[in-house]
Design a binder for this molecule. Structure first.
Ligand code: NDP
Ligand code: HSE
Length: 441
């Protein structure tokens, strides 16, 4: 059965795919499955003309015709038959050369590379502007969740006052598995096997990948490009099963949470750190590889966006969406309908983390003797931090025992100072574990 009315099919758009690993392989498979459907929706045929990989010797799960596969990405970008380039190799070196070279050729580019955008976004957008070709990057944030389209297009009539996002599938998968009793390292390995993790998984577990993503969302929402160094970032490596258990008993879940929030002074908090969130909040129930983003607009109120945040299929879906946009640009000759990034806030600034305020969970390992709590609370009082609850769980008899304190709202600067003093107390035996508490109000 012919899906595409023949009078529509006057032209074929030839795709040059650079990188055919987890995501690139997923894109090839998805195009094979739904390429004809896409063509019928777009009114143009799609064809994968060339594919560049690093090694021609590797066994592949996909089949391509002879002559399609090459180890020379330049020959793909420069191929006059290639109309559109999809960069899926990752990293910030060769990937940057690929994107810039394609734009210089006047070819639209689709990328899933959040690290590249975070570090070189402004340079790439300037190159796109100069070339007249567009740069699309829906797959760079939240895998299959079309959050970039939501912020850029669907919520264009809103000022985004708050954004809370679970943006790293690997970390969410690891925290979920740890909550079910799996060891951290086993959970990391499983995430790698599923194709969720970055080539260097420390980018995931140290929070940088998610920080790149929250920086991109903050930039789109607030109109000035947020640089990676401006995003306060903490990963999940210090979180123990014990913290997940204590948090659960206190009525919270622990999530690696991105925050973009306008302060009263007008500056924007842009951060990525693990946080305790109320366990009856919808974001607390975003598990496994799923991502969830709450975006609050001043006109629309709260909106929620949910889906798989990593893996070949979910990410391929976002890449295909971008391919669709780029194809429509080519079809209508309107490459700047929606520019890659439109700065619209010249005085935008990121708020220093020390100036931001929240509540805190503090887990100490202390000597089991009288007077310890008094010393800890004296330090907190000196820094004007109030205690809302203290728990010393039973069944931990020994030289040192856990002491869990829930602390009232305080500035991060005050908390950092207090932590330094608490760490020096002779009755505190290991580095304190502090996790911020976010009410998501
Ligand atoms: P992979 O490591 O699985 O794939 C990378 C691909 O790039 C491989 O096919 C590799 O070739 C190829 N490659 C590397 N260097 C070169 C080169 N110099 N010339 C040509 N090809 C090259 O990575 P992923 O698919 O996981 O990730 C790709 C991008 O997508 C990254 O930017 C990542 O951050 C992003 N992303 C990943 C997601 C995921 O769930 N994995 C989700 C969202 C975004 P070879 O196969 O021969 O080694
Ligand atoms: N490693 C990333 C994650 C891939 O786990 O979220 C999707 O961007």
């Amino acid at each position: 059965m012919a899906i595409v009315p023949p009078h529509f099919m006057t032209r074929t758009v030839n795709i040059g795919l650079i990188g055919a690993g987890t995501v690139g392989g997923g894109v090839l498979q998805a195009l094979r499955r739904n390429g004809a459907l896409m063509a019928s929706r777009l009114g143009l045929r799609l064809r994968v003309e060339r594919v560049a990989v690093r090694s021609l010797k590797k066994k592949r799960d996909f089949k391509v015709s002879k002559g399609v596969l090459t180890a020379d990405w330049k020959s793909v970008v420069n191929d006059p038959k290639v109309d559109l380039v999809v960069e899926l190799i990752g990293g910030t070196t060769i990937a940057k050369d690929v994107v810039l070279a394609a734009l210089r050729e006047g070819k639209p580019v689709v990328t899933a590379n959040k690290a590249l955008l975070a570090f070189y976004g402004e340079k790439l957008f300037a190159a796109a502007e100069k070339s007249g070709a567009n740069l699309y990057y829906e797959a760079s944030v939240a895998g299959g969740v079309p959050i970039i389209k939501v912020i850029r297009e669907a919520l264009a009539g809103n000022r985004v006052t708050h954004l809370y996002g679970i943006l790293n599938g690997t970390c969410n998968f690891i925290l979920t598995k740890m909550n079910e009793g799996m060891e951290f390292s086993a959970a990391v390995k499983l995430a790698q096997q599923q194709g969720y993790a970055e080539a260097d998984p420390s980018l995931d577990i140290d929070g940088h990948d998610a920080a790149h993503k929250v920086g991109i969302l903050a930039s789109l929402a607030h109109g000035f490009w947020v640089k990676p160094g401006e995003v306060f970032t903490e990963g999940i490596t210090h979180i123990c099963p014990m913290d997940l258990e204590f948090a659960g008993k206190l009525g919270y879940a622990i999530k690696l949470l991105g925050i973009v929030k306008i302060s009263r002074a007008g500056s924007i908090q842009v951060s990525m750190y693990p946080a305790l969130i109320p366990d009856d909040h919808v974001l607390a129930n975003v598990s496994d590889v799923y991502n969830g983003i709450l975006v609050r607009g001043d006109v629309v109120g709260d909106t929620l966006h949910y889906g798989q945040g990593a893996g070949p299929d979910a990410t391929a879906s976002a890449v295909l969406s971008d391919i669709g946009d780029a194809v429509l640009d080519l079809k209508h000759g309107a490459t700047d309908r929606l520019k890659a990034f439109i700065p619209h806030e010249s005085n935008g600034a990121v708020r220093q983390i020390g100036e931001t305020t929240c509540c805190y969970y503090l887990r100490l390992s202390v000597l089991d003797r009288p007077g310890v709590l008094a010393k800890v609370s004296a330090v907190l009082a000196k820094n004007k931090i109030g205690i809302s609850s203290v728990t010393q769980p039973e069944g931990h008899e020994g030289k040192s025992v856990p002491l869990i304190l829930m602390l009232h709202y305080a500035k991060n600067l005050a908390m950092t100072k207090a932590l330094k003093s608490i760490e020096k107390l002779s009755s505190v035996k290991t580095k304190p574990v502090m996790i911020r508490v976010e009410s998501l109000d």
